[in-house]
Design a binder for this molecule. Structure first.
Ligand code: PEP
Length: 259
């Protein structure tokens, strides 16, 4: 049974003060989070203070990127060892904003995924097609190619490591646009992803990998995604920035769990 996972990607939002304010408000009425893994991915600068604040809570921390090396002459980069030292458990890799604005290459993403496994971090690997690719009917081809490239250095992982991998299906056209995919499109994409993972790895390992949907998720549409057989949670940007809207999402999930 795959555990539901909700991850908040705060991108380049929130100072340390803002992050602390958010968490204090968010934790005022801690309800509805059982059976759900809840991951906060703040900017690097807020990781340490947030780690202190969530020590006694069930929440976990994620980073938004990392270098694949443990240390070295890589000005401006953060290593997996540095993240682990702060208590970070997850790391978002290959987000479309990194691919697009920072020209992150498939080979680098593959090295990062393998390095995350080596350093005991759980990768949240983002893949997804652009609007043009979907319009031309290339969605399946793109998703399979991105998976093949990103997992090239990790094909040997055992079942336990596979169970720590999260694939975030994030159609690029749905991110930050308010235009979420339909449940049908997201469900089809997730089924493609799981069946291609079975080809790349094997059925047993593919079955334990969690797949999230990401792209304009909010409390009104989240159930359209997480009620689908191959979708095990969501990666949430905009709707995770305010304690109230994020709480709404969690309450919606809790209603589903109880029904
Ligand atoms: C994201 O950044 O991964 C994302 C899904 O953003 P949003 O929810 O704002 O579309």
């Amino acid at each position: 049974m795959r555990q539901l996972i909700l991850a908040a990607n705060w991108k380049m939002h929130k100072t340390v003060d803002d992050a602390e304010f958010f968490l204090k408000r968010f934790m005022e009425e801690p309800s509805g989070i059982t059976g759900l893994e809840l991951v906060f991915c703040p900017p690097f600068t807020a990781l340490y203070p947030m780690a202190q604040l969530i020590k006694e809570t069930p929440f976990v921390l994620g980073a938004q990127n990392m270098h694949w090396e443990k240390e070295g002459a890589y000005t401006g980069e953060i290593s997996p060892l540095m993240l682990r030292e702060l208590g970070v458990r997850y790391v978002i890799l290959g987000h479309s904003e990194r691919r697009r604005f920072f020209r992150e290459q498939p080979q680098e993403i593959s090295l990062k995924v393998a390095s995350a496994f080596n350093f005991g971090l759980n990768p949240i690997l983002c893949i997804g097609e652009t609007e043009e690719e979907r319009r031309q009917g290339h969605t399946e081809k793109v998703l399979c190619r991105q998976l093949r490239e990103a997992l090239a250095d990790s094909l040997h992982i055992d079942k336990e490591h596979a169970s720590k991998l999260v694939i975030a299906y994030e159609p690029v056209w749905a991110i930050g646009t308010g235009l979420a995919a339909s449940g049908k499109d997201a469900g089809e994409a997730a089924a493609i992803i799981r069946s291609y993972l079975a080809e790349l790895l094997d059925k047993e390992r593919a079955a334990v990998i969690r797949i999230q949907y990401g792209g304009s998720v909010n409390s009104d549409n989240i159930l359209d995604f997480v009620s689908l057989p191959d979708i095990d949670g969501a990666l949430v940007g905009g709707a995770s920035l305010k304690p109230g809207s994020f709480k709404e999402l969690i309450l919606a999930l809790d209603r589903l769990r109880r029904s």
